[in-house]
Design a protein around this ligand. Structure first.
Ligand SMILES: Cc1cc2nc3c(=O)[nH]c(=O)nc-3n(C[C@H](O)[C@H](O)[C@H](O)COP(=O)(O)O)c2cc1C
Length: 310
């Protein structure tokens, strides 16, 4: 099982604490994206703290992800990442945010197979790490991916992860498993499934329906239920154990946030961001959980989280 990239959530602090609490439960992670800004590689390079090898000691293995389509910067950043120890990088052509898609970046490039080909033609011969891709079915239409199959099949990609929604759908509506099933066998590269796996049963259904999948990638499900990767791997965990493990993980993550964040405000914001998802793993009501979000001081946030995790 692969941990999905989630900006602000599955970053290095989370990955290290997760690995400490659940060693080996997640085989690898794709990092939240590092954005290329045309002509400004120095900026992108400064933002690679999240994948800096020393910071990642104790994390599960990670594949850095790049967002952008500027070939020169892509190759330079990719090769620098290779030089510091990354044998694979991932290209994000799935991000649905309008500020990004408007510039034909993220899922904004999906309706333009010629642009995808131009980027790959330019970068593949010069890129030293292996390249994998994370994508959606399209930007506006689920059919867009069909035009991309012959393009992507022309390059030696190490894997293609597909989240079967369109960019315009963002995270709403259902994942389209029929569309995923139609396109999956057309790709030459190994295909990884991503989207809405929140229980062991969800993972089993996906694996049963698509037995030739190379792997599954899980994002929000791990935050809703930190023991999910163990359960998917076949561990039998009672409800009592699950809750105890979730509590331990939440307390440890909150401590790490406190130790690492630069200011009280930043610490409080970060704790609340994680809490929004993590509280669901505890036997508490939404009303109880929301109290944390309304607290105005770090001390109060900590105290309430502490009470709710006892
Ligand atoms: C807050 C948030 C941040 C995300 N950041 C990224 C990102 O940096 N790169 C990326 O490829 N996908 C990103 N995604 C998409 C996830 O990787 C994943 O495709 C999506 O959440 C569906 O999987 P899930 O249902 O298992 O969460 C993000 C999703 C969320 C909710």
């Amino acid at each position: 099982m692969i941990l999905a990239p989630m900006q602000g959530l599955t970053e290095v602090m989370f990955r290290r604490v997760y690995e400490e609490c659940f060693p080996g439960a997640i085989a690898s992670a794709v990092s939240p994206f590092i954005s290329l800004t045309h002509g400004n590689l120095a900026d992108a390079w400064k933002k690679i703290d999240d994948v800096w090898p020393e910071s990642n000691l104790g994390s599960m293995p990670v594949v850095p992800q790049i967002l952008g389509k500027e070939p020169e910067e892509f190759v330079e950043l990719g090769n620098r990442l290779f030089d510091v120890g990354y044998p694979e990088i991932n290209w994000n052509i799935g991000c649905p945010m309008r500020a990004i898609t408007g510039k034909h970046r993220g899922s904004g490039i999906l309706p333009y197979p010629d642009e995808v080909r131009a980027v790959l033609d330019s970068i593949i011969p010069r890129l030293r790490p292996q390249l994998s891709i994370k994508m959606r079915l399209g930007l506006r239409s689920k059919e867009e991916i069909l035009e991309l199959v012959p393009v992507l099949n022309d390059y030696p990609l190490s894997s293609i992860t597909i989240h079967p929604r369109t960019g315009r759908q963002m995270y709403s509506g259902e994942v389209d498993l029929d569309a995923f099933g139609r396109v999956m066998p057309l790709f030459l590269a190994p295909v990884i499934y991503n989207g809405d796996i929140c229980t062991k049963g969800d993972a089993e259904r996906i694996k049963r329906r698509f037995p030739s999948l190379a792997d599954i990638m899980v994002g929000r499900g791990v935050l809703y239920r930190p023991t999910l990767p163990l359960e998917i791997a076949g561990a039998t965990i009672s409800d009592e154990e699950r809750i105890a493990l979730s509590r331990k993980f939440i307390v440890r993550l909150m401590q790490e946030i406190k130790d690492r964040m630069p200011s009280e405000q930043a610490t409080m914001r970060k704790m609340k961001e994680y809490w929004c998802l993590l509280w669901k793993s505890l036997p508490i009501s939404e009303t109880q959980a929301r109290v944390v979000l309304h607290e105005q001081t770090l001390e109060a946030v900590e105290k309430t989280i502490w009470q709710l995790t006892q």
